[in-house]
Write a protein that binds this ligand. Structure first.
Ligand code: IPE
Ligand code: IPE
Ligand code: MG
Length: 249
């Protein structure tokens, strides 16, 4: 009978002696299609996606992942119909409001990366509150990429550097990769080891362009609301089999 334990229907056990990625980044995609498949409005998919996020945060923390960055709303997502944008913003607000109770009890530290300009005052206030309330937690750091776009991030970094040079507080000779990365939203965060994108799309969609230079990528056709521990373990197991060379031999 034991042989059934190896059935593909049973999620594989995680090899904890293997390397656990320090930083996992996830493009939480496929909410809309998940809902459409069920004849539900797209917003129902976003709500289910938020529930999946809560589960995955806890699992990552249990596994020992230190940083989890999730793509929640891109700078391009403003191009969606207003009612969908509004629904996404109110879901995000709700997520931030409940995050203390639902996640911080688990010692989770929460930060938001992206442009605050364009967000409502209510959301900005919640971001400030949750950031400071969870600042001293020592478990997993959850980075929520909200109104995030890599090109904006990199362009703004370049502009800030240019202003400092103009002001005379920075020498152009001192600009190198290390200095540049300190001007990004992720200045004190290690680069992601593993980037996960469900939903069947094989693209980066303006997410962590600088930071994912040497990340391992894992794609799956699963839609984000259906993502579960099983897939997370599959991704980490695959990551453990990869040979990261960083351009060397
Ligand atoms: C991801 O799901 C959530 C956001 C982009 C905010 P989508 O809404 O992109 O779902 P699909 O890709 O249309 O299925
Ligand atoms: C990426 O998904 C953004 C988020 C998951 C927040 P999109 O659905 O916006 O990406 P594209 O349009 O398929 O590239
Ligand atoms: Mg999508």
């Amino acid at each position: 009978m034991w042989i059934f334990g190896h059935s593909k229907h049973i999620s594989p056990a995680l090899d904890k002696s293997g390397l656990i990625p320090v930083h996992i980044a996830i493009i939480m995609d496929g909410n809309g299609r998940w809902a459409s498949k069920r004849g539900l409005p797209r917003n129902a998919g976003h709500r289910e996606g938020a529930n999946t996020l809560k589960r995955i945060v806890r699992i990552c923390d249990e596994i020992g992942v230190k940083f989890l960055t999730v793509y929640a709303f891109s700078t391009e997502n403003w191009n969606r119909p207003k009612d969908e944008v509004d629904a996404l913003m109110s879901l995000l607000l709700e997520f931030l409001k409940n995050a203390d109770n639902e996640l911080a009890g688990k010692n989770i530290r929460i930060r938001v990366i992206g442009e605050s300009e364009g967000l409502s005052n209510e959301i900005k206030k919640e971001i400030a509150r949750i950031t400071s309330n969870t600042m001293n937690n020592t478990g997993l750091t959850l980075l929520i990429a909200l109104n995030y776009g890599s090109r904006t991030e990199i362009t703004n970094a370049a502009a800030r550097i240019a202003r400092e040079v103009k002001r005379g507080t920075l020498n152009p000779e001192d600009i190198n990769e290390k200095l540049f990365s300190r001007y990004l939203y992720t200045s004190d965060i290690p680069d992601p080891d593993l980037v996960i994108r469900p939903s069947g799309e094989h693209r980066i969609s303006n997410f962590l362009l600088w930071q994912s230079s040497y990340s391992e990528f894992w794609y799956s056709d699963i839609l984000w609301p259906d993502f579960s521990k099983k897939y997370l373990i599959e991704a980490i197991t695959e990551f453990q089999r990869r040979n990261r060379r960083f351009g060397g031999l």
